[in-house]
Each structure stands twice: as C-alpha cells, then as structure tokens.
Design a protein around this ligand. Structure first.
Ligand SMILES: [Zn+2]
Length: 229
C-alpha cells in the first residue's frame, strides 16, 4: 500500500479489525481513527459536537447520528487527516452514517471499505476461549493460560470467562452486527469500494491480503475517479 490512504475497516467482533486497522495506519503513515478515541478526544478538547456527544454519553444514551457525524466531520477536517488520509475503525455503523460520510468526503474521497471476513463459528471460538482476570482485567486465552492454573500472572487474581464472552451472548451480538452491517456492505459494494478480505489465519497473512485487496479496489477505480477530467 502506498502512503496516503483513505480507508475504513469493517468486521465483526473477534475478526481482528482493530489490530489490522492499527497496522494499516502505521504502515501507510496515516492516523488510525477509532470511534472510541475520537469521541474521548472530541469531548476532552471541547469541540462543539464533542460537547454535545458528551451529554448523551454521560446519560448513558446512544449518541444520535447527526452528532456522531458532526464529531467525525470535525476530526476529518484536521490537518493530519487532510494531508495524508486516515484509517477509520468503528465508523460508519449504519447506512445513514455511510451515506453522510460519502457526502462529507465527496466522490473519490474514500479508497476502499475493507471488510475483514471471519466465519461466525471461528469468531465464537476465538471469543469464547477468552479468559479475564477479575482483579486487573488482564486477558488470557484457553490456548494461552496463565502460568499457574487460572490465577493471574500479575496479581494472582481469579481468571474467569466473562458472561459477555459466552457463546450465546456472542451469537446475539454477532446477529445484531450482521443486521446493521449487511446494508453497509451492500452500499459500498454498489459504489465499487468494497474489498472483502479473508480474516482467517496468521495476522501477517491477513495483512498481506488486505494490501492486495485495497490495491485491487484502487486499480479498478483509477480510470473513472482518479484520472483527469
Ligand atoms: Zn490480574
């Protein structure tokens, strides 16, 4: 991937989306913009939309679309992004947000929407194998347990499976994700921007596939959207 990309990364929980998003950003020398970090930063620096978003978060309510989009617009207008590009992680969540983002960036403003695809049963295996220290929150995996059986290496706390990580709970979250994201994938596919990448296997191999996928989408789009008009 050459430097200066404008990408967004989609993928269900456990697909390795966050890890790969950080890696692409570092590799391409662009900011990694995760939704969580972006909202915290906007609230802390008291931007107009950041302050509005904070009100909803304080009350534990879902931040409405127009405010979410406002926060994103403020972030994408910053110099570091305008100069080189970005990797968006966790946004958009809905089709409405995706349409707004397209409007914001304009045609040719997004290089690709990357979908890191991992089958549901693989994701359930990954997440349901996770174990967490009750005391400090350190995470382990059934394949990589603490040294002393199920006592935390750091503080000796009990290492347990969270209720959220049990298969039934994971399945419910994944179903919700698919309901929300299905229309997004269709939207980006229709724009010729969707790059679906097989997310099963070693992180290095997945990263190589990502590079290939993004290059393919860019090459296909080159004549119409990036050429002289
Ligand atoms: Zn611990």
């Amino acid at each position: 991937m050459s430097s200066g990309v404008r990408l967004l990364v989609l993928g269900k929980q456990g697909a390795g989306k966050g890890t790969q998003a950080v890696r692409i950003a570092r590799h391409s020398g662009v900011p990694h913009i995760s939704t969580g970090d972006m909202f915290r930063a906007a609230a802390a620096s008291r931007t107009p939309f950041g302050l509005k978003a904070k009100e909803f978060m304080k009350r534990g309510e879902l931040v409405p679309d127009d405010i979410v989009i406002g926060v994103v617009a403020e972030r994408l207008a910053k110099e570091d992004v305008v100069d080189v590009g970005f990797v968006l992680d966790g946004f958009p969540r809905t089709r409405v947000q995706a349409e707004e983002l397209q409007r914001l960036l304009g045609p040719g403003g997004l290089d690709a929407a990357l979908d890191i695809d991992v089958p549901t049963d693989v994701v359930i295996d990954r997440i349901s194998g996770r174990r967490v220290c009750r005391t400090c929150g350190a995470t382990y995996h059934v394949d990589k347990p603490p040294k002393v059986k199920w006592l935390c290496d750091k503080d000796g706390g009990d290492v347990v499976q969270r209720e959220d990580d049990q298969p039934e709970a994971i399945k419910r979250r994944l179903e919700l994700y698919e309901r929300e994201t299905g229309p997004l994938l269709e939207f980006y596919d229709g724009l010729g921007l969707l790059a679906t990448v097989d997310g099963v296997g070693e992180p290095d191999d997945v990263f190589d596939r990502i590079n290939d996928g993004v290059e393919t989408v860019r090459a296909l789009r080159l004549p119409s959207s990036r050429g002289p008009r």
